[in-house]
Write a protein that binds this ligand. Sequence first.
Ligand SMILES: NC(=O)c1ccc[n+]([C@@H]2O[C@H](COP(=O)([O-])OP(=O)(O)OC[C@H]3O[C@@H](n4cnc5c(N)ncnc54)[C@H](O)[C@@H]3O)[C@@H](O)[C@H]2O)c1
Ligand SMILES: O[C@H]1[C@H](O)[C@@H](O)[C@H](O)[C@@H](O)[C@H]1O
Length: 339
Amino acid sequence: MSDQDLRVGLIGAGRMGADHARRIHERISNARLVAVGDPDIDRARQAAADTGARAEQDPFEVIGASDVDALVIASPGVAHEPLLLAAIERGVPVLCEKPLTPDSKSSLRVVEAEQARGKHLVQVGFMRRFDPEYVELKHLLDNGELGRALVLHCAHRNASTPPGFTSEMMIYDSVVHEFDTTRWLLGQEISAVSVRWPRSSAAAPEGLIDPQVVTIETTGGVLADVEIFVNCGFGYQVRCEAVGERGAALIGASGGPLIQQSGRWGGNVTEDFRGRFGIAFDEEFQRWAHAARRGGVDPTAASAWDGYAAAAACAAGVQAQATGERAAVELVDRPDFYS
Ligand SMILES: NC(=O)c1ccc[n+]([C@@H]2O[C@H](COP(=O)([O-])OP(=O)(O)OC[C@H]3O[C@@H](n4cnc5c(N)ncnc54)[C@H](O)[C@@H]3O)[C@@H](O)[C@H]2O)c1
Ligand SMILES: O[C@H]1[C@H](O)[C@@H](O)[C@H](O)[C@@H](O)[C@H]1O
């Protein structure tokens, strides 16, 4: 620990926030956790325990604290907008968990507030951009080894959903990752979204149609299909196969080492995102801490604009889900500030 450390305030101390608290305390160099804010003070205390950080019930106390140099927001997506606007007003760098906000109008307000402040302060926690396999896939696409990309086949499976998880959340909380990876991998915007579904799994909670199949169209003429299955029961899987004119590449299909033991042959499936993307989260946070110590954001991470563009695709996805019709994505012109 040194006087030069980035002093981090964490907001939201649930599953993700508690994991980020440990990450900052144990693995991120030149950063230390100084405050944790959560309306559920017990959770704040639990996440702060053994880190030397204090716990606050009012998240805005953390945002306004003079000993906080930078913020991590890990409250639910519906709570992000007011927290982000307060952080931008204070002028501190913020790593906000995905989604930036659940809908495109509120995401646009965040983008406008950041522009008005005149400084890049917000980055969005689309951690797949830091996953070694995704990085390699992007490299293959960028250097043309697969030829021009034509199709992406994606599968996104969660073992189960927390209480209150809605059909819309399958889009703006889950498929939002594929909206971001599609834009990032291809360097193209999303132009339209369609959603269809097979018969629902008996394991789907009441009111949820699960799985669903989302089709993404891009401005460059690529099609991506996404199987989103959030109560698959067996674990966490995220796969992406890119098919190009001269080859195809698949990531996320291996389950680590091939094990033969006690009548069993095969690999492992991780329980949740913490196992599958642990390295990506660490890399994301280390680079963010480095940039935030200089008062800015990591240029390789998703910006507020990327968060807004993903939210606009989510809006089309939610509309397509409700109407059964293909929905076009409505996006404002990209300001020079984000070029
Ligand atoms: N990148 C990933 O793979 C990944 C994985 C899981 C969650 N997330 C994201 O992290 C965020 C949190 O998700 P989670 O699964 O930890 O949720 P969670 O429900 O487990 O925890 C959320 C916490 O935020 C607190 N909270 C609620 N309203 C708040 C407010 N206004 N201000 C501050 N705190 C508030 C709750 O009391 C709770 O402790 C979401 O944005 C989610 O999409 C990202
Ligand atoms: O909030 C979580 C998280 O973003 C996971 O990475 C994703 O797989 C889940 O579907 C989502 O609900």
